[in-house]
Write a protein that binds this ligand. Structure first.
Ligand SMILES: Cc1ncc(COP(=O)(O)O)c(C=O)c1O
Length: 450
């Protein structure tokens, strides 16, 4: 039986006198809880990073980690991808930012058009996925003259949309459970004429990549069509999970699509694509007017980064990355099966996830209940052992998910040293993994989550 304490991890950053510890203490003097954003919160603090190359992140104490997070999927080519860094360096010498149009905006919009399931789309640009979602929400309110937005519980849409009642509830959002078509139908019956839009991520990363059922997707389409609400597809992450995104995979035709992350080549970027009919909402004489500014929107540095990243991510590269992700999931599933462990790994495009249960959770809410923090730690150790011995994987902190990038580590992940994997795997008894404190015994067995 393995205990968590037996697993070797790179923990120099926690030691007294480490650079990370000093920086964390310094940060706590200036920033609430020592962090600039919630998504980097760790206990007791996260290692501070100093540099990166390819798939490797190096912390300020000199320890390396394999990165399977890639800045929340934004760095699809890995760290320091040369075409992007060279294009950005060239551009920064020529022209960085100014409140005027530039040729790169149109060039990037042209590259984005085939990525969305909107005919002949129009684009507006913001500087992050969160802003793109906010712009889409405001656009829906202006276009329909209605106040309410339907969102699904525990689906993340960035910094400003509440994902649960507990999270600063706002009167403008109607929360509905995910994958609950009957409740959505009822919600439309009760509030339909006041609903401006349904905001949906059909393959929520926080829900173990457990996608919407076809019935649920159909109910979203039906409700929007019947009550005249817009459908906003949040494809900030999921656009890489299927050709032209997840909404297209369900045969939906969204009115607005929000994008972000990798399409900005790792630089701040968050566009929306919309059907042509919505253009009038942006006209200066439209009432009410949809004011949309942004000092950094369309800045030439993000534009050239996005153009270079997309140019290097053609269909062949997408297929390569998807098949590398398939290989990782097959390897995990194979090992789970051989150890008779009722766990499963799954992928959506080049996003992957593994889960301590044969069946996927039906909704992000269920995923939240099922995954405790300590289980997460164990899963992290296992992935570490299975895929990249010797190094610690940087993972999303809440639910185990990974995003492969096109950096050189892929070969390592695809072909782990089998003898090493077997050896490590033997050390871990999935039936009874014990945490260091004996009273916190956790049975890693499916019945535990039923
Ligand atoms: C589905 C989804 N929408 C929106 C966002 C917000 O994007 P950003 O962090 O760039 O503001 C995220 C971020 O993870 C996301 O996962």
């Amino acid at each position: 039986m393995a205990t968590l304490t037996q697993v070797q991890e790179t923990t120099r950053f926690l030691e007294a006198g480490s650079r990370s510890r000093l920086l964390a203490a310094d940060a706590a003097r200036l920033l609430p809880d020592g962090i600039t954003r919630e998504t980097i919160r760790r206990q007791p603090y996260a290692p501070a990073m100093a540099s990166a190359h390819g798939s490797v992140l190096v912390d300020v104490d000199g320890d390396e980690r394999i990165d399977l997070l890639y800045n929340h999927t934004a760095l699809i080519h890995g760290h320091g991808y040369q075409p992007v860094t060279e294009a950005v360096t060239r551009q920064s010498r020529q022209l960085e930012a100014m409140p005027f149009p530039n040729e790169h905006e149109t060039a990037l919009a042209r590259l984005l058009a085939p990525l969305v399931p909107v005919d002949d789309p129009l684009f507006r640009f913001t500087s992050s996925g969160s802003e793109a979602v906010m712009l889409a929400v405001r656009l829906a309110a202006v276009a329909t003259g209605r106040p309410k937005i339907v969102v699904f519980e525990h689906c993340y849409h960035g910094a400003f949309v509440p994902a649960s009642q507990a999270e600063s509830p706002s009167p403008d959002y109607l929360l509905c459970p995910f994958n609950a078509p009957d409740l959505l139908r009822r919600l439309f019956q009760n509030h339909g004429r006041r609903v401006a839009a349904v905001l949906a991520d059909l393959c929520p990363v926080r829900g173990a990549l457990s996608p919407a059922t076809q019935e649920f997707a159909e109910q979203i389409r039906e409700g929007c069509a019947r009550y005249g609400a817009l459908l906003i597809a949040d494809e900030v992450v999921s656009s890489r999970a299927a050709p032209r995104g997840m909404a297209a995979a369900y045969g939906l035709q969204p009115d607005v699509v929000c994008l972000g992350k990798y399409i900005g080549g790792g630089r701040p970027f968050g566009p929306i694509a919309m059907r042509r009919g919505l253009r009038t909402c942006f006209a200066p004489d439209h009432k009410p007017r949809l004011g949309h500014g942004g000092t950094f929107n369309g800045n030439p540095l993000s534009m050239t980064a996005g153009i270079s990243a997309l140019a290097g991510f053609g269909a062949d590269k997408v297929a390569d990355l998807d098949s590398a992700t398939t290989a990782v999931c097959e390897k995990l599933n194979d090992l789970f099966a051989r150890r008779d462990a009722d766990w499963s790994a799954r992928r959506a495009g080049s996003l992957f996830h593994f889960w301590p249960h044969r069946n996927l959770p039906a909704s992000p809410g269920q995923a939240r209940h099922h995954v405790s923090r300590s289980i997460n730690q164990i899963l992290q150790m296992l992935t570490h052992r299975l895929c990249v011995p010797q190094k610690v994987i940087v993972f999303q902190k809440t639910i185990e998910q990974g995003f492969l990038g096109r950096a050189p580590h892929q070969t390592k992940v695809q072909r782990p040293d089998c003898a090493e994997v077997r050896r490590q795997w033997r050390r871990i008894d999935l039936g009874r993994i014990r945490l260091s404190a004996p009273r916190q015994r956790i049975r890693v067995h499916p019945s535990h989550w039923r």
